[in-house]
Design a protein around this ligand. Structure first.
Ligand code: FAD
Length: 328
C-alpha cells in the first residue's frame, strides 16, 4: 500500500483540499508550521464584481455556488457558522470610475450581480454607488481553527515545518512562502496590511468598497478595513505607514466616528503571473496548490475539488479552464 499523502500548509488551500480528501476517504495528514500565512489575516471577502475595472471574476457564478455549498457542508459538520452574506456597496470617487461602472452595469454578466436593476445609490462625498449582490465574507479564522481541531482530534494534523522537497506524496499548499522560495519561478506576491476596528457610528448594512480599499462589518460595531499592496518588502510585519493608509481608507469609506484599533496585522498574498491559481504535479515530484491571490475565499473550495479529482482519479482540469497547471 502507498504511503498517505501529506498536505503541507493549513491555510485555505490546504484545508479545503484536506476536506476534499477526507470526504473521499483518502488517507492523508496535514501539517503546518503555525507561523505566518495569509488566510488567518484575510478579511474573507467574496465580491463577484471586483477591481478598478469593475469586472466579474472569471467563472464567478460556478466557483461561488461551489464555495457556498462547501462552506455550509463543513459548517454543518463542525456546528459552526463561516459564511456571512452581506450586500456590497461599490462606491465611485471620480467621474472616470463612475462612468465606467455605469457603462458596465448594462452588460449582462455584470447586470446579473447588481441589486435593484443597477439603480444608483446617492452617498454623501461620493459620485455614486452601485449595490452588488451575492457577496459577503467567510470567517476564515473560525473555519481554519475548527478544521484544525477536527483533524487534530483524529490524529492527522501536526505542527511541523517541512523543508525537504521531491517526495512524490507531498502536496505543497504553502502559500506565499512557497512562491517566494521559488517553487514556480517568477511571482507577484503582495504584502497587505489590515486593521480590525471598533467604530460606533458606522453603518453595518453593507460591505463598502472604494478608495482603493474596503470596509467589512463584523457585527457589534466591529469592522475589518484594508488593505495595502506592497511588492518589495514581503515580510509579515505591520508598519506605521500601513496603519495610516488603512485608517485613511476606513475613514473615507465609513465616515467620521470615534475609532479604536483592535488589531493590526499583515500577510502576503500568494500571487502568480496573470493572478490565476495553479494546481498540478511538480517536475521535482509531489503536487502543488497555490496562487490564490486576493480571492482565496472564493476560489479555494472549487480548486481543491478539482485537485482532489486529479490526484485521486487522474482527472485533470477541463480544457479551457482559466487556471493553469504544471506538466510532469
Ligand atoms: C491583508 C490581506 C487581506 C486579504 N483579504 C482577503 C479577502 O478579503 N478575501 C479573500 O478571498 N482573500 C483575501 N486575502 C488573500 C487570502 O489571504 C489568500 O488568497 C489565501 O489566504 C491564500 O491561502 P493559502 O492557503 O494559499 O496560503 P496561506 O494562508 O499563506 O497558507 C500557507 C500555510 O502554509 C504554512 N507553511 C508555509 N511553509 C510551510 C512549511 N515549509 N512547512 C509547514 N507549513 C508551511 C504556513 O504556516 C501557512 O499556514 C487577503 C490577504 C491579505 C494579506
Amino acid at each position: 500500500m502507498s504511503a498517505p499523502w501529506t498536505i503541507v500548509g493549513q491555510g485555505l488551500a490546504g484545508t479545503c483540499l484536506a476536506w476534499e480528501l477526507w470526504h473521499r476517504g483518502v488517507e492523508f495528514r496535514i501539517i503546518d508550521r503555525e507561523r505566518g500565512g495569509s488566510s488567518r489575516v484575510a478579511a474573507g471577502l467574496i465580491n463577484p464584481v471586483t477591481g478598478k475595472n469593475f469586472e466579474p471574476t472569471p467563472r464567478v457564478a460556478e466557483f461561488l455556488a461551489e464555495a457556498l455549498v462547501f462552506y455550509q457542508t463543513i459548517a454543518n459538520l463542525l456546528e459552526g457558522e463561516y459564511w456571512h452574506p452581506l450586500p456590497i456597496l461599490r462606491l465611485a470617487a471620480d467621474d472616470r470610475e463612475w462612468n465606467k461602472m455605469l457603462a458596465k452595469r448594462e452588460r449582462p454578466d455584470v447586470a446579473c450581480w447588481l441589486a435593484n436593476h443597477g439603480a444608483p445609490h446617492a452617498i454623501d462625498g461620493w459620485l455614486g454607488a452601485l449595490e452588488v449582490a451575492g457577496g459577503g465574507r467567510i470567517d476564515t479564522r473560525a473555519f481554519l481553527d475548527a478544521s484544525r481541531d477536527f483533524f487534530r482530534g483524529r490524529g492527522i494534523y501536526q505542527m511541523e515545518e517541512i523543508t525537504r522537497s521531491g517526495d512524490t506524496r507531498l502536496i505543497w499548499c504553502d502559500g506565499a512562502a512557497g512562491l517566494i522560495g521559488g517553487r514556480c519561478g517568477s511571482h507577484r506576491c503582495a504584502k497587505g496590511e489590515i486593521l480590525t476596528l471598533h467604530a460606533s457610528g458606522w453603518s453595518e448594512s453593507h460591505i463598502r468598497i472604494g478608495a482603493g480599499g474596503w470596509l467589512v462589518p463584523l457585527g457589534n460595531h466591529r469592522f475589518k478595513a484594508g488593505s495595502t499592496y506592497e511588492w518589495d518588502r514581503l515580510d509579515e510585519k505591520p508598519t506605521g505607514e500601513g496603519r495610516e493608509k488603512v485608517m485613511a481608507i476606513a475613514r473615507r469609506l465609513g465616515g467620521n466616528a470615534d475609532i479604536g484599533i483592535l488589531a493590526h496585522e499583515a500577510g502576503v498574498r500568494p500571487i502568480l503571473r496573470r493572478s490565476e491559481p495553479m494546481i498540478g504535479p511538480l517536475d521535482m515530484g509531489g503536487w502543488m496548490f497555490n496562487g490564490l491571490g486576493s480571492k482565496g475565499s472564493l476560489l479555494a473550495p472549487g480548486m481543491a475539488r478539482r485537485l482532489a479529482e486529479w490526484i485521486c482519479q487522474g482527472i485533470g482540469p477541463e480544457v479551457g479552464m482559466r487556471y493553469r497547471h504544471q506538466r510532469h
